[in-house]
Each structure stands twice: as structure tokens, then as C-alpha cells.
Design a protein around this ligand. Structure first.
Ligand SMILES: Cc1ncc(C[n+]2csc(CCOP(=O)(O)OP(=O)(O)O)c2C)c(N)n1
Length: 320
């Protein structure tokens, strides 16, 4: 039976994807100029983040990995505070202590960014178990890559979530790369979703560059996790169109494969579709891009003006 999910304005999804792209491009430019530490960007993967995060409720929790800017921005993170964090400044979400790789934002329900590949998979069942035991509402969403799915903790995590009936939505952003290794050299199966069946976990593989398809699949998946209280796995097929981190010349990348995915850029796909069906004009599209550019300029100004943390605070928040 078809579910009635809240209607989400596609132009809002486009704006979020444009914001993520502009934020990541600012990081790339800043890193080339030596002003910002290089990070692992999510360029090319915007539809995966925006489609899934827009299917979540306010009380849901997110655990994510080293490519987390899209998840955070789609969840409503302020780009200035995010950039300040990456630049190690006091005004950042974690006071400049995490950089890009360990950001947590309690008010947005972002419990963890893990740079230990699969670290979020190891913790997701525990977070879900604590919510269940405390009788708290909300499901747990765990973003991870295809590389993490090739690690033992992926299998341990799915096994426990299935055994203990935990409300975890596993979202594998299969971007074809595991640092500098292509997924075909590391995976025994074509799809990560194939592995979910071994644990009795329902799963689906979808086109991760079509944000409307991601949103629809994520709405169905979150509803299923919410009503069954059990795990679900969504494999979102997409492509990391920049390098593993900045800078990276991508000399190891097959040019034809990259070109094919660039032709299916998620922002272009949705923008073209909205203009073609008449729901947006070309100038409306340009206005959104300008609005986003203004926000990124303001974010830069905020991060630049934010001081480095005072050395006296070095041991604050250290657990002993
Ligand atoms: C346990 C562990 N092993 C290796 C690394 C080095 N490393 C960082 S990212 C990465 C690739 C991860 O690939 P994937 O999970 O597919 O995520 P993607 O980078 O493609 O988003 C590797 C091997 C690490 N950080 N942690």
C-alpha cells in the first residue's frame, strides 16, 4: 500500500545540494591556497546525503564517516561553524578540536563522525540499543562507504542489529572507491545489499544520483524501520568525482568511468529536470546558486574571524 509521506519541495533539495557543492568547492579552493586543511569531500555524492537526510524526523540520530559535510549540511548545520571547525577555530561545532574528521553536533542529532573506517558501524547498534532501553523515540541512521562494508565490523554490526531487533537504517554510500582501490578489487559481491540478506535484513540498491529516487526509497526505509523496530539497509549507488582527499590528482581513476558519472551529476540531473518540467526557470536556478554563494562567503568570513582556541583550554573536555 502506498504511504503518504510529507511533500518536499524539489527546489529545496536542489538548494541543499548546491550548498553542499559550494561548501566543498570552498574547501578545495581553500586547501589549494593553503588556507584550509585538505579534507575528504563529498563532491558528486550530494543526492545521497540530501535524499536520505530529508526523510528523517527531528528525533532521529545520525552516525557518519569521514565524508560527512553533506550529511551535516543537509541536517541544517551552519556552514560557517562547519568551516570554522575544519579550520580548527573556536567558533567551530566542537570548538576547533575535531577538524573535519570527528565532528559531533548534539543539537542536530549527529552523534559521531568517524574517521576510523567502519567506526560508525561498530557504534550504531549500541546507540540504537540505548534508545530502545531508555524508551526514547527515533531511529538511528548509519552512513558508511563500500570500503567499510568490506570490514569485519560491518558484519558484526548487522548481525547484532538483526539479532537484537534494533531500529538502525544502514545507508551504504557506494561511491565505487575505497581510498585508492576500486570497489571491484575489494568486494566479492556486486552489491553491498547482497550481504544484508545473510542477516535477514531487508535491503535495496538505488540510483544515488537521483535525489528524488533516494528520497522516496529513504522515506519507505525509515517508515519500515520505525514501524518494525528492525534494521534495513539502503545501498545508494553514486560516485566520488574528486579524489580521496584534497589534493589528489586521481591518476589512478579510469577516465571513461569518471566521465560517465560526471555526465550524471546529481545537481545537473535535478536542475535539468525542474527546468524541463517547468517547475523552475533558468533564472530561478541561477538565483538559488547566488543565494548559496552568498551563504558560503558569509561562512568564510565567520570562520576567518574566529580565533584559534586558547591553549589554556587544551585539557577541557578530556576525560580522565
Ligand atoms: C580502520 C581504518 N582503516 C584504514 C583507514 C584509512 N582509510 C581512510 S578512508 C579509507 C577508505 C574508505 O572507503 P569507504 O568506506 O568506501 O569510504 P569513502 O572514502 O569511499 O567515502 C581508508 C582505507 C582508516 N581511516 N581506518
Amino acid at each position: 500500500m502506498a504511504q503518504n509521506f510529507p511533500q518536499i519541495d524539489p527546489s529545496m533539495l536542489l538548494e541543499q545540494m548546491l550548498l553542499i557543492r559550494a561548501y566543498e568547492e570552498a574547501i578545495v579552493a581553500g586547501s589549494a591556497a593553503g588556507a584550509v586543511p585538505g579534507t575528504c569531500t563529498s563532491v558528486g555524492q550530494e543526492a545521497a546525503a540530501v535524499g536520505v537526510v530529508n526523510a528523517l524526523a527531528a528525533e532521529d540520530l545520525i552516525l557518519t564517516n569521514h565524508r560527512s559535510a553533506g550529511h551535516l549540511l543537509a541536517r541544517g548545520a551552519d556552514p560557517g561553524r562547519l568551516l570554522a571547525e575544519v579550520m580548527g577555530r573556536e567558533g567551530g561545532y566542537c570548538g576547533g578540536r575535531s577538524g573535519s574528521l570527528h565532528i559531533a553536533v548534539k543539537e542536530l542529532g549527529v552523534v559521531l563522525t568517524s574517521t576510523i573506517v567502519g567506526g560508525e558501524l561498530a557504534m550504531a547498534p549500541g546507540v540504537a540499543l540505548s534508545r530502545s532501553m531508555l524508551g526514547l523515540p527515533g531511529i538511528v541512521v548509519c552512513f558508511f562507504g563500500d570500503g567499510a562494508a568490506c570490514e569485519g565490523r560491518f558484519h558484526e554490526s548487522l548481525n547484532l542489529a538483526a539479532l537484537w531487533n534494533l531500529p538502525v537504517l544502514y545507508v551504504c554510500e557506494n561511491n565505487h572507491w575505497q581510498a585508492f582501490v576500486h570497489r571491484r578489487e575489494a568486494m566479492s559481491r556486486e552489491h553491498v545489499s547482497d550481504w544484508a540478506a545473510s542477516y535477514g535484513i531487508p535491503a535495496q540498491t538505488i540510483d544515488g544520483n537521483d535525489v528524488l529516487a533516494v528520497l522516496a526509497a529513504a522515506q519507505t526505509a525509515t517508515e519500515q524501520v520505525r514501524t518494525s523496530g528492525r534494521p534495513y539497509l539502503l545501498e545508494v549507488l553514486t560516485y566520488r568525482t574528486r579524489g580521496h582527499f584534497e589534493p589528489d590528482d586521481q591518476a589512478y581513476v579510469d577516465r571513461e568511468e569518471l566521465a560517465a558519472w560526471l555526465a550524471r551529476d546529481p545537481i545537473k540531473l535535478l536542475g535539468d529536470r525542474l527546468v524541463a518540467d517547468g517547475s523552475m526557470t533558468a533564472s530561478g536556478h541561477a538565483r538559488l546558486a547566488d543565494k548559496v554563494a552568498t551563504r558560503i562567503c558569509a561562512a568564510h568570513a565567520f570562520a576567518d574571524a574566529s580565533p584559534y582556541p586558547n591553549a589554556d583550554t587544551l585539557t577541557r573536555d578530556v576525560y580522565a
